[in-house]
Design a protein around this ligand. Structure first.
Ligand code: KG4
Ligand code: ZN
Length: 364
């Protein structure tokens, strides 16, 4: 049953709460008194249970998060019913914690915003069911949120970015390139025709058994690839970037994954090791796959920038490219994109790493 402590369980000292209430209702414009609008954001679209409270000026009052990464690393990928169960076990505690660290009671909320799509249906269902019960219990408005739109707009919390701007979202579940013309006005320019880059990197990391590598055992696949790539030589493998002749801004990563699979199999034979053991050439393979991924992302983004500029969809100078999603935390990939933005007189912006990956703040 859904029970959220009305006082969020933190107000053991009433005078302090009075101070907070006063501060919240205090306005810098003398003679007027207004209450800040506070939105609770809830995110359960994939493998993170996250919640946060943000006010209408973008101030983050508090957040809480439970990551399932460790469990999914052990099972070798996300198993939707397992993710669902973990969301169920954690959502109430996480929402409670977000409210507690924000030092607000549920009744002070102005609205509840929750990711409704896209994502894993079973995971999304947990957040949605919980939110709708809360909405009913508290009699607050509900704001349905598109997960990708939230990722795309997060940059406006930390930077003063005007519309229109270009956004590249690269994560474990998504890969898209869009022109953001307004808060809910997006022009999709390109998407992955198969799997997302993070998914491909996770699969390569699993095939290389990087979980058994002493330096990478707690890292996500993409992070493990980035870590190992620093010790490798990409020139030891020649892996062609996908879709070199395609005259559009779409992406593809499954061909790359299969090419790497073949390379790994070949190397296992050469090094005389079994599947599951770590190859001597693992770091070189990581460097090659990271480089090919970066080139592919950079080339398709370059096409999109040129297309937008030709059609005056973006300003001719100082146009902004925002890159977000878990894969955007990869510094090698960022560097490749920076080469493109420098060459096209654009500015590359990435939200800070904790806002690049899934979180409750972007939803709120
Ligand atoms: O945005 P995110 O937290 O979740 C969704 O997929 O929506 O992204 C997670 C993905 C995983 O595939 C993970 O391997 C990848 O982002 N990732 C990275 C890095 N850190 C996380 N990929 C490349 N380099 C990284 N440093
Ligand atoms: Zn995401």
């Amino acid at each position: 049953m859904l029970i959220l402590n009305k006082t969020a369980g933190v107000f053991s000292k009433p005078p302090k709460r009075k101070v907070y209430e006063f501060l919240r209702s205090f306005n810098i414009y003398p003679g007027t008194l207004f209450l800040h609008k506070l939105v609770l954001g809830i995110e359960t679209s994939c493998d993170d249970t996250a919640a946060a409270v943000v006010d209408e000026t973008g101030n983050v009052l508090g957040e809480a998060m439970h990551s399932q990464t460790e469990v999914h690393l052990k099972t070798g990928g996300i198993i939707p019913p397992v993710a669902q169960q973990l969301h169920r076990e954690n959502i109430q505690r996480i929402v409670q914690e977000a409210l507690s660290v924000s030092r607000i009671s549920p009744s002070e909320l102005s609205a509840i915003a929750t990711t409704i799509k896209p994502g894993l249906a079973l995971s999304l269902g947990v957040g949605l069911t919980f939110s709708l019960q809360l909405v009913d219990q508290l009699k607050k408005p509900f704001i349905p949120i598109h997960h990708m739109e939230a990722h795309a707009l997060t940059i406006r919390l930390t930077n003063n970015v005007e519309f229109p701007f270009l956004v590249l979202l690269i994560s474990g579940g998504h890969c898209l390139l869009a022109l953001v013309r307004g808060v809910s006005d997006f022009l999709l320019l390109g998407k992955s025709l198969d799997i997302a880059p993070g998914d491909m990197l996770d699969k390569v990391a699993r095939r290389l058994s990087l979980i058994r590598h002493p330096e990478c055992s707690t890292m996500s696949g993409g992070k493990a690839i980035e870590h190992l790539a620093k010790q490798g030589n990409r020139f030891h493998f020649d892996i062609k970037p996908p879709m070199q002749r395609a005259k559009n801004c779409d992406f593809s990563f499954s061909g790359l994954q299969h090419a790497i699979d073949k390379t790994i199999m070949q190397k296992e034979k050469e090094e005389g090791i079994e599947k599951g053991q770590i190859l001597c050439s693992a770091a070189d393979i990581a460097a090659a796959v990271q480089h090919t991924t970066a080139c592919h992302l950079a080339k398709r983004t370059h096409r999109a920038i040129l297309f937008c500029k030709q059609r005056n969809l973006l300003p001719q100078s100082n146009a902004v490219l925002v890159v977000s999603g878990g894969v955007a935390s990869n510094l090698y990939i960022r560097k490749a994109l920076e080469i493109v933005t420098n060459a096209t007189q654009c500015t590359l912006l990435c939200p800070p790493p904790r806002l690049c990956t899934d979180n409750g703040i972007m939803i709120a």
